[in-house]
Structure formats: C-alpha cells, structure tokens
Design a protein around this ligand. Structure first.
Ligand SMILES: [Ca+2]
Length: 519
C-alpha cells in the first residue's frame, strides 16, 4: 500500500461523520501510482477486468449503427468516434441557437441545424466538481461522494486530499476497453494529485489545467501558480490563459488527426467562459458582451475548427459531437440563463439545465429539438452502447441509454422517471415528467446560517412555466405526494443532509497532497 494513501480515517478533516464513513480508502490497491503509460498496473488491470466483464460485447450493435462503407472495412473503424465539448459556466441562453442575441455563435448554430438541440438536458450540480464527476461516471455526485470537497466546500480546491476514486470506472475507461484512443484536453477538477489525474482515469493523453482558472496564486497567495499540465507534468505556471482556448483547440485537432484511423474519444472541458475570462487577440474586444462574449465566440470558433477538421479527414459521418456546459452562468459575469430562473450554484433550472447540441450526420436527424429529460449522467451508458459495449454492471450507474432520443425514434421518451437536484449534500428538488418540486428544507449552509429562512415547498409545471414562477402546490396535492415519495427514495439511496445513503461509494483520498508545481 502506498504510504501516501491512508487506509484509515483521517480525523483532521473528517469532522463530518458522513464523510468519515465514506472516505475510508479501503478500496485502494497497491501499484496505483505506477504510470498508466507504462502498461497495465494491478489497479488498472482489475478495473479493466471489471469493464470487460461488465461490458459484454453486444453483437452487431456498433455495426448496425455504422452500416455502409465503414462496416465493410471491419475492425475498429466500425466504432464511432466521440467528442464531448464541455464549457465551464456557459448559460442556457448564451448561444445563438438557444436564443442569445448578444453572442455570435454561427458554428454551434450550424451544428444545431445539422443535428439536434436538447432543451431539457441537465447536469447534476450547479458547480464544477460534482457536475464533472457525473459526466465521468454516469452517477450522481453523492453516489461517488464527489458532491463537495473534503472540507465541505462547493468544489475541490488546489492541493486537495480528495479526488474521484481511481476505482470508479470512467467513460474513458469504458471506451479504452473497446480500443479507443482517449484524450482529455482542458479543465479536469476531479482531483489535482497524481492519483486522480485524467492519465489515471482512462485517458491516454492529458493537456490542461487541473482545477478552475480562478484558483491560482493571484487569487490566493498560498495556492501554487495556476499549472498547465501535459500528461502529469506541469509545463507552464502560471498558465497563459489568453491562449488557452486556442491551444486546447490545436491539441484536439492534432489528436484527432493522428487518431483518424482508430476510434477515438476526446473530452474537451473548456476553461472558459469561467471567470476570469480570457481570449486570444483575435477575439479580444470583438464581441458585444465584453470579455465574456469574447470567449464564448472563441469557443464557437474552436467548435467550428473541430467540425471542419472532421470533414477534411473524412470522418464526419462516423463522429458524434456533443456540445454542452458543466453548470449554468454565474450571476455577475455577463452570462445568461434566460428564459430560466436562477444561476450557477442553485437548484433552479438556470443552475442545472444546460444548452446541449448533438450532431452525427446520418444518425442524429438534422434540425430537430428534443425536450425529453436527459442528462450528462446518460453520456457514459449511451456512448458505451454506441461503442458496442455496456456500462459497468458491478455497481449502480444512474445514467441511462438515451440513444432512442438522439436517433429521433418516434415516440421515444425520457428513460428517467425522476431527476434529483442536489445542492452539495442537500436534496433540494425533484423532477418527474413536467413537474418539479422544490422540497421544503432548512437553509443551514456556511455563511448563510444567520437569519436563514426555511425554504418552502413549491411545485412548478416546467412545460407551462419554464421560469419557475407559478407555484401550483396547492392545486395538485397528489403530484406533491408522488414527488415527495420519490424524494424519500433518493434519501434512502443517496442520502441527504446528516443522513447517509444506502448506496454511496467512497471518494479517493490522499493524506499528504502536494501542490502541482513546475519542476
Ligand atoms: Ca463550472
């Protein structure tokens, strides 16, 4: 067992009983510090075995999807490529194709015209770390204990003890087991210690910053200068943020080009438009919405370059591209969640419903809109299916296969009976069908304890009232009763404030984390 991994409780940070129970790192296995590129170490071997055992090949699945010339070539070319473009804090109303009048996003708008817009697409948290844990694992943040930091903060901060447990099976690992080349280019935010970096979670290649762009030494003097990593090495500190979007794009184009003959998975979690906003010279000062608009327009340019490259390489029709955001726009930096209410960090729709566009010529119908409830939770199970395999079956996965929605199958419905809105450890709302119930709860968060009111129970019909303004709880007691019962199911399963869920799994933990510095 590695000395840096504590198999027992750490009383210094485990003030919270629930965390103490969850963060016992008994699942760590020896050898996990070995570099993944050196081969399959014991942990990765076991994980890989888990993926393979769970992911029984579905005969004909990928082939059936990729009929025509690709199929006749045989081999890995039969599997589609996947690109997930994941913005940071981009709001529901920040793209032209979602109603923005301020931002010019012609490339993403064209992507929507050639593909499908999802208008009820959710992330599982209004902030970065928990939201990202769900995209990676197909699980609610509380399931994998990534709903808050080890010190009960919103997200992970630099030199964190906590990280996504290396024993979780990520979307990259599921695809890697199917011979995909995998790259993560951008902001990670699921642990900044070597044990937790993308290179240890199924990505062959990593280039980017390990946490948010406002967590450098300029913001907090005790933090190391904002590191830019290539794989596990800091190559620049502080990172020049002006050129990050441009350089991320170049990295992705390079990766796509050199892997054009293999199936590949690219995860591009942009650093922007999270504050402090930066863009390269070509875009700076050019938008109608200050620095925020500049970086949204640069992300649009980046998306256009990626789509253009797929066409040039002749792999456009076997590549699925998903564009969305990790949480809603923040209140004060220039983004818009309209017509939704609320902002980043909240369980109002504006915090957790994201603009989402998916494009795959010939497979996803062009110019369509899907308003069925879907989520980043669903990406792992859906991509697994498209790659001809299954998500892990040795553990609970909350996401579902949404391919029938993406394919525009007639009458296809959301596979989710219910969707849960957690704020850190607290269950605050529940959606089922068109109904969203804001649960009554005691507001007792840090710095909010003084004069904090109790939140009242509120019921909204999201089909008629997307802005959550008209409380219908009194008119529909039966609906309230049904949704309260669903909330109770979540509490049993995933937990709530001061209550442990029956089916949570531990996060990863390193006892003596070290700052990521340039050597
Ligand atoms: Ca974010």
């Amino acid at each position: 067992m590695d000395k840096n991994i504590n198999p027992v409780r750490n009383s210094r940070v485990d003030k919270n009983m629930e965390q103490t129970l969850l963060e016992v790192s008994s699942q760590f296995l020896p050898g996990q510090k070995a570099n993944i590129s050196n081969g399959v170490n014991r942990r990765n071997f076991l994980k890989l075995a888990g993926v393979t055992a769970a992911g029984v090949m579905l005969p004909g699945c990928a082939d059936e999807l990729l009929s025509g010339s690709a199929q006749s070539t045989g081999g890995p070319a039969n599997k589609p490529n996947f690109i997930i473009i994941f913005c940071d804090d981009l709001g529901y109303g920040d793209l032209g194709c979602f109603g923005s009048k301020k931002h010019r996003t012609p490339n993403i708008d064209r992507m929507a015209a050639e593909g499908m817009r999802f208008t009820s697409f959710y992330v599982t948290s209004g902030v970065c770390t928990p939201s990202r844990s769900s995209l990676m694992t197909g699980c609610y943040p509380r399931r994998v204990n990534m709903h808050q930091s080890g010190r009960n903060e919103w997200v992970l901060f630099p030199v964190a003890q906590k990280g996504l447990n290396p024993n979780e099976i990520t979307i990259a690992e599921v695809l890697k087991a199917q011979d995909y080349a995998t790259a993560c280019v951008g902001k990670w935010h699921l642990g900044d210690q070597p044990e937790f970096l993308p290179t240890r979670q199924g990505f062959d290649y990593y280039y980017g910053i390990p946490y948010s762009n406002d967590m450098g030494a300029r913001q907090r003097s005790k933090n190391p200068p904002l590191p830019l990593l290539r794989n596990e090495k800091v190559i620049e500190a502080p990172a020049d943020q002006n050129t990050l979007t441009k350089r991320y794009t170049e990295e992705v184009l390079k990766f796509i080009t050199s892997n054009k003959d293999k199936p590949f998975f690219v995860y591009l979690p942009h650093t922007m438009p999270h504050n402090p906003v930066h863009s390269s010279e070509k875009f700076r000062g050019k938008s109608a919405n200050d620095g925020y608009g500049d970086c949204v327009e640069e992300i649009d340019w980046s998306t256009g370059k990626i789509l253009e490259t797929l066409k040039k390489l002749g792999i456009d029709d076997r590549t699925l591209v998903v564009f969305t955001s990790d949480n809603g726009a923040a209140k004060r930096w220039g983004g818009s969640n309209l017509p939704l209410s609320g902002f980043k960090g909240s369980t109002m729709e504006g915090g957790m419903r994201e603009p989402c566009v998916m494009r795959w010529p010939g497979k996803i119908p062009a110019g369509k809109t899907c308003d069925e409830l879907a989520s980043t939770l669903d990406l792992m199970p859906t991509l697994a299916r498209l790659a001809g395999t299954k998500p892990p079956t040795d553990r609970i996965i909350d996401g579902k296969d949404i391919w029938p929605l993406m394919a525009g199958k007639k009458g296809a419905k959301s596979p989710h009976e219910v969707f849960y809105y957690y704020f850190r450890d607290q269950l605050q709302a529940v959606r089922s069908g068109k109904w969203k119930l804001h649960l009554p709860f005691k507001i007792k968060k840090r710095k909010q304890e003084k004069d904090a009111p109790n939140a009242p129970l509120k019921l909204y019909d999201l089909e008629a009232d997307i802005g959550e303004t008209n409380n219908l709880a009194d008119q529909h007691p039966d609906v309230v009763k049904r949704l309260l019962a669903l909330a109770e199911k979540a509490r049993d399963d995933l937990g709530d404030v001061g209550r442990k869920g029956n089916n949570q799994r531990p996060a990863g933990r390193v006892v003596t984390p070290k700052p990521l510095r340039r050597k």
